[in-house]
Design a protein around this ligand. Structure first.
Ligand SMILES: Cc1ncc(COP(=O)(O)O)c(C=O)c1O
Length: 479
């Protein structure tokens, strides 16, 4: 399909703004001569009809949670209730400017403060910041908090290592390294949980902390979590929990009770706010008592009936996002929490775990499931037994009308398919996914070429993913 630049004709317009011609001269005058363009920018020149048809056609080529089942492990692609969108759009929040005086924005400050209180309650931890704009951003913020904590104690020069189980999400080591820590990988035991012996061996006074994905990327909950946090604390370190997988235990267990010092939420996963094509999301952090003095500013603080922005935190790591974070994403999450209530939030995790185990048991005959115990919200299958690549199965699923699962992750499983159904799917949808996956496994044995060439009926055929990553074409060239 041609890009919008290749459509239309010179001089064609989708909209004309009244009175702009007259002000053009004045605007030009205000721009110093040397900074003016030598020639007009190359912009699409299309009629409104062409514009609407172009983007409608593109949207039809796309696949989203509103289109069909999206079992993208680790990404928690659950249905986003439209009520949340409605609430945020129908109330005047979107019209507010963050520089409005505090008195004029009491409503949104209260709403954000309330969300923070809910998140503290869910985590069982005393402090919160809503500023980070994504999970990975929360991780980096958490690492900066750990640095500041040890800086204050005069131990930063010595505590240079962050321990990371090899089942951790990929962003975890990246965030730790980006914050300047040395990453030390801790191997998993045979059952996919952290090898306690290896952990004990790695602990010492050069360790700043551990960073764990809870439950881990195999969908397995660390049954020794209390021992792990105890060992790390005894060695003087801090415990970071990546909570992007909170869907697994929402309303049932609290990271604060497990010994977490930092816990990040992915509002765009657990709390059903849209992922938005990589952003904007929200990755708030809950923190333990020890880290309260270092939280980003401003904090939203309740002062009687009023809500104020407080900068009164001299040891704060500073701002990690302009103003209060992605406020409208946070409001959607608040709407989700309020509509579900305690009982509803508990049902979320029950449904997510049930759906994942249902698929695991239904698929384990056709696919190898290397860690085949009771899982939490997701599980990892492998195509090793079928003699085809995980990517072949993934591409063939597109022909059956499903979004593929996450592939090749976690790295500790060969030819991995990481499947996360979430709680928002019906049994019929799960069954039709099982049927498609089972047929694909049969095809892999009988007609594997069907898989090698898949997808056959998608808007685009199989792409050269390496070329796309190594030689990205990000700019339309004129001419
Ligand atoms: C377990 C886990 N941690 C962290 C992240 C990073 O979150 P974000 O994509 O919001 O940066 C993800 C995202 O896929 C995740 O699944």
């Amino acid at each position: 399909m041609p890009t919008i630049y290749r459509k239309g004709r010179s001089g064609r317009r989708a909209i004309r703004f009244p009175g702009t011609k007259a002000s053009e001269g004045k605007i030009l005058e205000a721009i110093p001569e040397g900074l003016r363009r030598k020639e007009p920018p190359w912009l699409p020149e299309v009629s409104q009809g062409e514009l609407v048809r172009h983007y409608t056609a593109l949207s039809r080529m796309n696949y989203g949670v509103d289109t069909g089942f999206y079992p993208l492990g680790s990404c928690t692609m659950k249905y986003n209730p439209k009520l949340n969108e409605e609430l945020v759009r129908s109330l005047p929040f979107g019209a507010l400017h963050p520089l409005f005086p505090e008195d004029a924005v009491q409503g949104i400050l209260e709403a954000l403060w309330e969300l923070g209180e809910f998140l503290k309650g869910i985590a069982g931890m005393p402090g919160v910041t809503l500023q980070p704009a994504a999970g990975a951003h929360g991780e980096l913020t958490g690492m900066l908090l750990i640095k500041r904590y040890f800086e204050d104690r005069g131990e930063l020069g010595r505590r240079t290592k962050i321990l990371l189980p090899d089942s951790a999400h990929g962003t975890n080591p990246a965030s730790a390294a980006m914050a300047g820590f040395q990453v030390v990988s801790i191997p998993s035991a045979e059952d996919g949980t952290v090898d306690l012996g290896a952990l004990e061996g790695a602990l010492g006074d050069d360790v700043a902390g551990i960073m764990m994905t809870v439950p881990n990327t195999l969908g397995i909950f660390e049954r020794n979590i209390l021992r792990i946090t105890e060992l790390v604390h005894d060695a003087g370190g801090l415990c970071y929990f990546d909570g992007a997988n909170l869907n697994a235990f929402l309303g049932r267990a609290r990271p604060g009770d497990m010994g977490a010092d930092i816990f990040h939420f992915n509002l765009h996963k657990t709390f059903s706010t849209p992922h938005g094509g990589g952003g904007p999301g929200a990755g708030p952090l809950a923190v333990s008592e020890k880290l309260l003095p270092y939280l980003p500013v401003p904090r939203i603080v309740r002062d009687g009936d009023r809500f104020v922005l407080s900068y009164d935190l001299p040891r704060s790591i500073g701002k990690v996002h302009p103003f209060f974070g992605n406020a409208l994403v946070c409001l959607r999450a608040l709407a989700y929490i309020l509509t579900l209530g305690d009982e509803g939030l508990r049902e979320v995790s029950a449904g997510a775990v049930l759906a994942a185990n249902y698929l695991r048991v239904k698929l384990r005959e056709a696919y190898e499931v290397p860690y085949d115990g009771l899982c939490k919200h997701e599980f990892v299958a492998s195509t090793r037994n079928l003699g085809v690549k995980a990517r072949d199965v993934a591409k063939r699923l597109i022909d059956y009308g499903f979004h593929p699962p996450t592939v090749y992750f976690p790295l500790i499983v060969e030819e991995a398919l990481m499947i996360e159904p979430t709680e928002t799917e019906t049994k019929e949808t799960l069954d039709s996914f099982v049927e498609a996956m089972t047929r694909i496994a049969e095809e892999a044995r009988e007609r594997p070429e069907l898989l090698y060439e898949a997808p056959h009926n998608a808007p685009v055929r199989r792409l050269d993913e390496v070329k796309a990553a190594r030689e990205p074409v990000l700019r339309e060239e004129r001419g």
